[in-house]
Design a protein around this ligand. Structure first.
Ligand SMILES: Nc1nc2c(ncn2[C@@H]2O[C@H](COP(=O)(O)OP(=O)(O)OP(=O)(O)O)[C@@H](O)[C@H]2O)c(=O)[nH]1
Ligand SMILES: Nc1nc2c(ncn2[C@@H]2O[C@H](COP(=O)(O)OP(=O)(O)OP(=O)(O)O)[C@@H](O)[C@H]2O)c(=O)[nH]1
Ligand SMILES: [Mg+2]
Ligand SMILES: [Mg+2]
Lengths: 277, 292
């Protein structure tokens, strides 16, 4: 579209389709293309290059949701990691602990997924590889009890970060969302500011359901940041546009693979360039 | 809801004459929006709308239902047809153990689904063997072994140094020797862009000659579902699709896209985290869900 010498109706439709294939959703695609068309008309934009630049600017501005920095400086800073089943929480926690370690900051990991087969083992293996302590109980234990225990351990050990791994849960499961709210209450009681960071891990391949995930997890526990995992896949993760537009939650990190250093700070410019490719 | 949106789009139509092109334009825009919101691939949505338009235009406007209801019925029937017939269940080997492979993207629900398949076969009187061929993900073997214990199904596993295709091959040998009725191979999640891992899954297929290669897809997968499935299908022909996490509110449009583009039939729907029986696929129910 951006290489044609003149822009016709078909081209505008093609641009909309391009955005839709990136999972931005039909509503956002129509809105942003309509805005671009108006801007092209108002400003008399003639060249494809100028049009591409205008589109990129509109998209980058749409992702502005405030600071993407990870919370810090509390003693310890408590990070709660949540999200639907299989989105990449446990792996992202390992990656986060690794990058904190590289920055000279210590973490304690709480294995609060006491439900899924192999979940505690999985986090323990990562903890061993990173040489960071993992607090765990036995499978079937109360997640809130694990969190309470981990809080005490983190404070006693004087670590910089306590990162809590939780079980995957679908945002529409009332009982599991209530379980998560209980974990937050335990944290609130221990420290009024806690959790200092609530990171929602979204699978980059997810379509429009991600908006419902962001909404309902947000309502239940107050999401302060998003990790967009699996962006090494062929999908563009465009659902972050409607999410940012409606909820203004900053995208803090992106997961780019299954290895320990496959975590990057979110870069809106790079993200938009990839979307428009 | 789609019927309400179509009511508004078709309010100018009365109970007389035929459905005209202009009448359905706005209705088709609403249907397209509903499909895209349900994650149906935009090209699949486009050709679907064209097919519906063809079926609707020229039809007599019935006096027994509202125009919206009439259009919804055409859309629903067309969608049901496109989703394919009800599943015939799992293939069975003519002699020796039935070999089933589960493959798919990371975190889609393969390991859990493998256990559910084992339970299904066991409940039908079979003696399945699970094979833990994911040696990459931390504690993947532990995960499958724990699930196997929960449903009292044996799990063949080896050290992390074994190659996945050899684990699968050894499991098949064991299944033959111990007269298991089936062997279900759980594999590591992989993206279709990873040449090495796609080659690995192709080799596993060649070595074990599976009777079923089931693509496990998350119901909430977006537009890329088609490209992913098509690439997997190219490497090792898929015989069926398992759509997971259907207990949520994802509309599941990925199923339509995958089916429409690759022709792979939807076989089962997974409805929860616990190892319970899989739901057999009903096209009309999934059609209603996709339309929202
Ligand atoms: N390619 C790729 N795979 C990832 C990424 N992040 C996680 N994964 C993989 O996705 C799968 C699921 O990751 P987990 O960390 O277990 O996900 P989870 O959210 O903790 O899952 P549950 O606890 O079961 O809900 C694993 O196979 C990971 O290796 C990523 O950024 N890229
Ligand atoms: N709610 C729900 N959760 C499911 C369903 N199927 C699987 N899960 C959960 O989804 C997450 C991922 O499931 P796994 O079976 O580990 O997925 P996988 O495809 O084997 O993951 P990898 O091996 O890392 O690629 C786990 O938390 C499962 O409990 C389902 O039908 N509904
Ligand atoms: Mg986990
Ligand atoms: Mg697995």
């Amino acid at each position: 579209v951006f290489t044609r010498s003149s822009i016709g109706d078909d081209d505008w439709e093609e641009l909309e389709d391009l955005l839709i294939t990136g999972d931005v959703g039909p509503e956002f695609a129509l809105d942003i293309v309509t805005r671009l068309r108006q801007q092209v008309k108002d400003e008399g934009i003639k060249t494809p290059d100028a049009m591409l630049a205008a589109m990129q600017t509109l998209l980058i501005e749409a992702l502005d949701a405030g600071s993407g920095e990870l919370a810090g400086g509390h003693g310890p800073t408590i990070v709660l990691v949540v999200g639907v089943n299989g989105s990449g929480k446990t792996t992202s926690i390992a990656k986060l602990a690794h990058s904190l370690k590289r920055a000279g900051l210590t973490s304690l990991l709480a294995a609060a997924d006491t439900f899924r087969a192999g979940a505690i083992d999985q986090l323990k293996i990562w903890g061993d590889r990173l040489d960071q302590r993992v607090v765990a109980h036995q499978p079937g234990a109360d997640p809130a009890a694990v969190v309470f225990d981990a809080l005490g351990a983190a404070t006693a050990a004087g670590v910089d970060y306590l990162i809590i791994d939780t079980a995957g849960r679908l945002q529409t499961n009332r009982n599991l969302m209530a379980e998560l709210e209980k974990v937050v209450r335990v944290l609130n009681r221990a420290d009024a500011g806690a959790p200092h960071e609530v990171l929602l891990v979204l699978d980059g391949l997810t379509g429009q359901n991600a908006l419902s995930q962001a909404r309902l997890f947000g309502e239940a526990v107050g999401v302060t940041g998003i990790i967009l995992a699996k962006l090494d896949s062929s999908s563009k993760g465009g659902v972050v546009f409607p999410i940012t537009e409606e909820l203004a939650v900053p995208i803090k990190f992106v997961g780019t693979g299954e290895s320990i250093d496959d975590l990057a700070v979110f870069d809106p410019t790079e993200f938009v360039e990839a979307l428009l490719r | 809801r789609l019927t309400e949106r179509l009511d508004a789009a078709l309010k100018k139509m009365t109970g007389r004459g035929k459905i005209r092109e202009a009448d359905v334009d706005e209705a088709m825009r609403e249907v397209r929006r509903a499909l895209l919101e349900a994650d149906v691939h935009f090209k699949v949505a486009r050709s679907f709308i064209a097919a519906v338009r063809e079926r609707a235009v020229g039809k007599e406007v019935l006096s027994s239902v509202t125009p919206a209801q009439q259009v919804v019925k055409i859309v629903h029937d067309e969608l049901t047809e496109l989703l394919g017939r009800e599943t015939e269940g799992l293939a069975k080997a003519s002699d020796g153990p039935t070999v089933i492979m589960v493959i798919g993207l990371q975190g889609s629900g393969k390991t859990t689904s493998a256990a559910k398949l084992a339970l299904r076969l066991k409940k039908a009187g079979g003696t399945p063997l699970l094979a833990a061929a994911d040696v990459k993900r931390p504690a993947a073997v532990e995960q499958l072994r724990t699930l196997g214990e929960q449903i009292d199904v044996p799990v063949h596993f080896e050290s992390a140094k074994s190659k996945p295709e050899h684990i699968a091959r050894n499991a098949l040998d064991k299944a033959r020797k111990d007269k298991h009725s089936a062997v279900i191979v759980d594999t590591a999640g992989r993206i279709q862009l990873d040449e090495e891992l796609m080659e690995e899954v192709r080799r596993m297929g060649k070595l074990t000659k599976p009777d079923e290669v089931l693509f496990v897809a998350d119901a909430m997968t977006g537009q890329e579902a088609v490209n992913v499935a098509a690439e997997f299908h190219e490497r090792v022909p898929l015989t069926g699709l398992i759509l997971t996490k259907m207990d949520g509110d994802a509309r599941g449009g990925a199923a339509l896209s995958i089916r429409a583009v690759t022709g792979v039939p939807v076989k089962f729907l997974a409805q929860g985290e616990k190892v319970e029986p899989l739901e057999v696929f009903h096209p009309d129910r999934l059609a209603s869900r996709i339309l929202g």
